[in-house]
Design a protein around this ligand. Structure first.
Ligand code: NIG
Ligand code: FE
Length: 411
């Protein structure tokens, strides 16, 4: 592969001389390592070197001049539902007229609506739709991504989703990880007195085949009043652990139910959403390796309260940001907008939000050694901005596309 030199970079962001091996704790999120007037050298799809322009190599096979521009590591979007069958703007209009997300879900809309559409859609079409979404988020600067199942809710359709994710991995150079979310919603036929029937299907009818085919590395449960209880989640996580799947959990979106403490007890890599958080939740997270992943575009789209990011950062917890790209609560996977929202609505500083959406996102994907920063040996996934007066200008200019060129494995 030809070498690539990016020269005259106004500022190289998140340039790590000594790469971190653990997530960035809250108190350090604002300390963003940067290098002014820098170069970046890529060889064989990986970061070979970087440094001040004074030490810039004479030449490479290809050179890109980045005068006036910032270079950032690609976003690591650690929570998405990017594989889905068609949009749900009809439900959104119902919400505009006054129905709540929970009311729609209870009436069989929401996730069950997506599941119906997905069951009817051939695998090839599902893949085509997902591929287009993946290209869209890549153009926004995403370089590594987690994608969940959870709109199948039958063994056949959950496997179909996970095979689509596997095909995306095979046909794209972006980093992609898969999470099994069979416990996203209880299918209609199990709602009257047979909740355990569906949990048994997840445990005995889905997990063995998913693990057998190596289709997912993680297991997720939507722990919520309208979905699964803490006890049900624990049963599913115990089964997942027997197949080597690590938890990444949907929790505290609408209610505090003690799900965070349970997820931490089961060694969750991350707990995601956290629009509502109580002191017990913060105590459970303190000192644990579990990352608090915030998804501000979901409460933005639902007009719900934002996660208390300042409180979590104040407790020195590692906070990550992700898009939650899905047809029901976040029909956009645009990470620059997520970073803007984090600043505007959760009062995260630009440095904190950028670091949470890159390096901590990479750790929430358990890929901290490969993605999320500009460090020698890491995968060369990065983007060059348009000319900007400052780094804060990036989240400040919400809605403007300042991502000019995107590089995946140095291409
Ligand atoms: O993360 N909360 C659960 N799952 C998704 C929404 C799914 C949907 O409405 O389709 C979320 O917000
Ligand atoms: Fe989600």
């Amino acid at each position: 592969m030809p070498s690539l030199l990016v020269s005259n970079i106004k500022q190289l962001v998140l340039a790590e001389e000594t790469p971190r091996t653990t997530p960035v704790p809250g108190a350090e999120l604002a300390k963003l390592p940067t290098l002014n007037n820098a170069f970046l050298l890529v060889e064989n799809g990986r970061i070979k070197n970087f440094g001040p322009m004074a030490h810039c190599p004479e030449r490479a096979d290809k050179t890109v001049d980045a005068t006036g521009r910032y270079v950032l590591p690609s976003w690591c979007d650690s929570h998405t539902h990017l594989v889905f069958a068609n949009s749900r703007e009809d439900e959104w209009v119902h919400r505009l007229k006054g129905l709540s997300y929970e009311e729609i879900a209870t009436r069989g809309g929401g996730i069950l609506n997506s599941a119906k559409k997905l069951r009817e859609m051939p695998e090839a079409e599902l893949y085509e739709q997902a591929q287009r979404r993946l290209e869209e988020v890549r153009s926004c600067g995403t370089g590594a991504i987690e994608i969940k199942s959870g709109y199948g809710l039958t063994a056949e359709s959950e496997l179909k989703m996970l095979r689509v994710i596997r095909r995306l991995k095979e046909t794209n150079k972006m980093g992609i990880k898969a999470t099994f979310l069979g416990a996203h919603s209880l299918p209609e036929e199990y709602r009257k007195g047979n909740r355990q029937g569906y949990i048994n299907l997840i445990i005995n009818g889905m997990l063995p085949q998913i693990a057998g085919e190596g289709l997912a590395g993680y297991i997720d449960v939507f722990c919520e009043k309208i979905a699964f209880s803490v006890a049900e989640m624990e049963q599913i996580l115990e089964a997942g652990a027997r197949f080597g799947l690590k938890p990444k959990i949907h929790v505290n979106q609408f209610y505090c139910m003690g799900g965070i403490a349970a997820a931490v007890k089961h060694g969750a890599v991350s707990v995601d959403h956290l629009e509502v958080v109580d002191d017990g939740d913060i105590a459970a997270l303190s000192g644990s390796p579990t990352i608090a992943t915030l998804l501000p575009s979901a409460p933005f789209f639902l007009n719900d309260p934002m996660p208390p990011a300042r409180k979590l950062i104040g407790a020195n917890l590692p906070v990550a940001l992700a898009s939650d790209f899905n047809p029901g609560t976040s029909p956009s996977g645009c990470m620059p907008f997520v970073v803007s929202l984090a600043c505007i609505q959760m009062k995260m500083l630009p440095e904190e939000a950028i670091q949470a959406a890159t390096l901590n996102g990479a750790f929430a994907l358990e890929w901290g050694g490969e993605y999320g920063s500009i460090a020698r040996g890491k995968v060369a996934n990065f983007f060059i901005t348009r000319p900007m007066p400052s780094l804060a200008y990036l989240p400040y200019s919400f809605g403007s596309n300042l991502v000019e060129r995107v590089f995946v494995q140095g291409e």
